[in-house]
Design a protein around this ligand. Sequence first.
Ligand SMILES: Cc1cc2nc3c(=O)[nH]c(=O)nc-3n(C[C@H](O)[C@H](O)[C@H](O)COP(=O)(O)O)c2cc1C
Length: 290
Amino acid sequence: MEAYNQAITEIIRQRFSCRNYDPRPVEPGLRDQLSKVLAASSTGPLGTRMRFELVSAGKDDSAALKGMGTYGFIKGAGGFIIGAVDQGENNMEDYGYLLERAILFATDIGLGTCWLGGTFKKSRFSQKISLKETEILPAVAAVGYVADKPRWFDSFIRRRAGSDNRLPWDELFFDGTFRTALSVDSSGTFATPLEMVRLGPSASNKQPWRVIRDGTKWHFYLQRTSGYGNRNTTLFKLADMQRIDMGIAMCHFELTVREMGLSGEWIHSEQGIEKPDELTEYIITWQQKD
Ligand SMILES: Cc1cc2nc3c(=O)[nH]c(=O)nc-3n(C[C@H](O)[C@H](O)[C@H](O)COP(=O)(O)O)c2cc1C
């Protein structure tokens, strides 16, 4: 994986959903760097195989996006990152992880990005990546130059304000049981990785990630938004966006932990911890190694 110029915590703080781009194509040097990262993104942390491509935006792409049940209008994106993922138990988490890692790289080299979920089945996007029958195209990301410097600056300020647009710690992070909130103070060195989870993007900003500390294990749970998954996956035939959100959380957590020089690994280790409700499901555990 390419090294970042800035600290990962800075990059995570800088990223925001850019919906207004300067339409000029991304310059070849930056495209190459991003394409290299995408080429190295072929296996997710939980083992799913996938492939990504960076494509230039065509004039019909905004129209295609509008017709796909995506919310929010994307103006003038110079390109899109499109991915195709195989079937598999944790494929959406893996997809979220790898695409977010590429998005953070794009942010680091000065590009604006925006995650776009939706059904791309019959769209130009599946054609562009020559989607195979066995593959799924769960979401794409718009990439390009942020509309102009003052706006970038504006957005950065807004983004700072936007980070207050996140659930408080006591609704996201827990200690041993879901009845006990984990405070910043008692989470020690893990306060920063958890804060980076909290600042992550999520579909409709629903922030479905929950993390519970259990000794040296950090269990990641998905607390589904009532009605959201069912309606979207059945009615609109969308991929499971909230599992993508979990992969994004894993990415922010792991990159931060590793940058801090701590080691560990993802394992399946559900401990039978009582869940707060039926919408909450266990996903994965980070096992600390030191
Ligand atoms: C999986 C996923 C799908 C998303 N889909 C869309 C979308 O279709 N349209 C859109 O405008 N934003 C989309 N977003 C962006 C979120 O709305 C945004 O991340 C969230 O509101 C937080 O704002 P921020 O990214 O500026 O921090 C998506 C985000 C994620 C993670």
